[in-house]
Design a binder for this molecule. Structure first.
Ligand SMILES: [Ca+2]
Length: 334
């Protein structure tokens, strides 16, 4: 044991951040259990977040010990593209190797490039002050949002002029929309985490040709927009409304917008959904559909548009859409 410790410490001095393959240390150390347990894995400070926009997300965990004076001496993170691989302890996206460090927060992902809508599964093991390794932690996960710049026809909700972009985004006026949420308390302050589904039915008159149908949506903290049951866009930043032209998804007659929204975090916190659909017709007329009390909502333990098929209840207005940036910050705290 002492021999191995000396070798490890020498490695720290010479190459403090060079990953070390865990297998080098053989089965003897791995089999001894260690006094620490990694737990509460977080990605961007969230448990199993959906639709994150950060291409180098920050990972963190907590360290539990039943021994006084214990500390983490090293860690090894595995990130895999499937649950099957992570269960086999294969990090096809990233294997940090054994990194000698007491760091448990802000561990920046440094693996293969992450693509839009990718699912990532991860686990961590740590070594204690005596270089005894822990078991692998419970598997955690995250998913990526849409990362392609072409997908981002977005603008700041605060209408900061420096952030304005060309294209459809500028034609969407959010000022008539309201933040809505499921009726479960004060959503500007604190409502439970979890999925809530929102649904709006509307009619496109027969014989009216649609020229454009710019739909802007955002949510605190994450959403996926469905048009007539098909997913069209998601997002995970409530400071931006994502705009998508849904013209090709609409039909003459009854149409349904559905938003699967998730309030994320470790504890109750603010939540809301904001949506606008601008319809322009070939005859020059226009129609605007905004999130308001006419939307229906249901609570759901699992995501998906179909669960919103029932009537649900009216979605109460949480707050009016803010007109200036400072109000945006006040109205959407987090
Ligand atoms: Ca929230």
């Amino acid at each position: 044991m002492r021999t191995w410790t000396i070798i490890l410490l020498a490695a720290v001095v010479l190459w403090p951040s060079v990953p070390v393959a865990g297998g080098l240390f053989g089965g003897r150390l791995f089999s001894r259990g260690g006094g620490l347990t990694p737990d509460e894995l977080r990605c961007e400070y969230l448990a199993d977040p959906l639709g994150i926009d950060v291409v180098e997300p920050r990972l963190s965990w907590t360290v539990r010990s039943n021994q006084r004076g214990q500390r983490q001496n090293a860690y090894r993170v595995l990130v895999a593209s499937s649950r099957e691989l992570i269960d086999k302890k294969v990090g096809d996206l990233w294997d940090s190797g054994m990194v000698v460090s007491d760091r448990t927060t802000h561990v920046v992902y440094a693996g293969k490039p992450l693509r839009s809508q990718m699912q990532c599964f991860w686990t961590v093991r740590i070594w204690d002050k005596d270089d005894e390794p822990s078991a692998w932690s419970k598997v955690a996960s995250w998913s990526m949002g849409l990362l392609d710049p072409d997908d981002w026809k977005a603008r700041w909700i605060g209408f900061d002029a420096s952030r304005q972009r060309k294209a459809a985004a500028e034609k969407v006026d959010l000022s008539k929309a309201s933040w809505i949420w499921y009726p479960e308390g004060d959503a500007t302050a604190s409502v439970p985490v979890g999925h809530r589904l929102f649904r709006k039915k509307f009619t496109v008159p027969e014989g009216r040709e649609i020229v454009s149908a710019a739909c802007a949506v955002t949510a605190d903290n994450w959403f996926k927009l469905y048009v007539n049951g098909r997913p069209v866009r998601d997002g995970g930043n409530f400071k931006e409304a994502r705009v998508v032209d849904i013209k090709d998804s609409l039909v003459a007659g009854i149409n349904v917008l559905a938003v699967d929204a998730a309030n994320q975090g470790d504890a109750a916190n603010p939540a809301g959904v904001l949506a606008v659909l601008n319809l322009r017709f070939a005859d020059g007329s226009a129609a605007v559909i905004v999130s308001d009390g006419s939307w229906r909502t249901v609570s759901s333990s699992r995501p998906g548009p179909d669960l919103c098929r029932g009537l649900g209840t009216s979605a109460p207005i949480v707050a009016r859409y803010p007109v200036v940036d400072d109000m945006a910050r006040q109205t959407c705290p987090e």
